[in-house]
Write a protein that binds this ligand. Sequence first.
Ligand code: MG
Ligand code: MG
Length: 247
Amino acid sequence: MRRSADELAKMRKAGRVVAEIHEATRAVIRPGVTTAAIDRAARAVLERRGAGSNFLGYHGFPAVICTSPNSMIVHGIPSEAVVLADGDIVSIDCGAIVEGYHGDAAYTVGVGTISAEAARLIEVTEASLDAGIDQLRAGNRLHDVGRAVQEVAEAAGYSVVREYVGHAIGTAMHEDPQVPNYWPGSPGPMLKTGMVFAVEPMVNAGGPETVLLDDGWSVVTADGSLSAHAEHTIAVTDDGPEVFTRL
Ligand code: MG
Ligand code: MG
């Protein structure tokens, strides 16, 4: 779907709130913090900005962010029982609704001092997202995004998750079409100005296989390897990709 200038202006506002949540949650992440405390930092931003949460209540999800440490790939539930420790990495995924329009973005960060291997995984995941974003240009095809993401991740010796993907976004968080983080064997739709997508590579240090835990939400790597996640909401514009969820 192509969004009007008025719609894009609202999505820009939603994206700005998401970027502010990233800033506020990064500020509280340190050894000893619970993932519930990170969720509270995110809720404070939503309240201050008068924005809605597209995570809270989504198929019953109980928080405004997902917190996924170490080998957890995505969809971890914030909890007073999960205490982050020095050397962990944690993925924070969050969204906001402003005037009926959605933003969605994620980042992965180290807790305290992390290993060089963990730092490299985060760097490569961010680089794969940047490579995907750079493909969001009118005239390209949607699956050019996944091809670029996959090339960066696999060149570094990592794998990309197949079961969970990015998506178009607008008046709902998850709209069609999906945005795979790999080449799915066909070029996909033609990109046009005004389309908006959430691109979100999930990169595993080991194999790409995933396991859903018994809580019905938490997705972990099947081989126990570390996983990182990075996401932005981006519009295709006449001037190239515009990232809405970056300050
Ligand atoms: Mg997200
Ligand atoms: Mg998303």
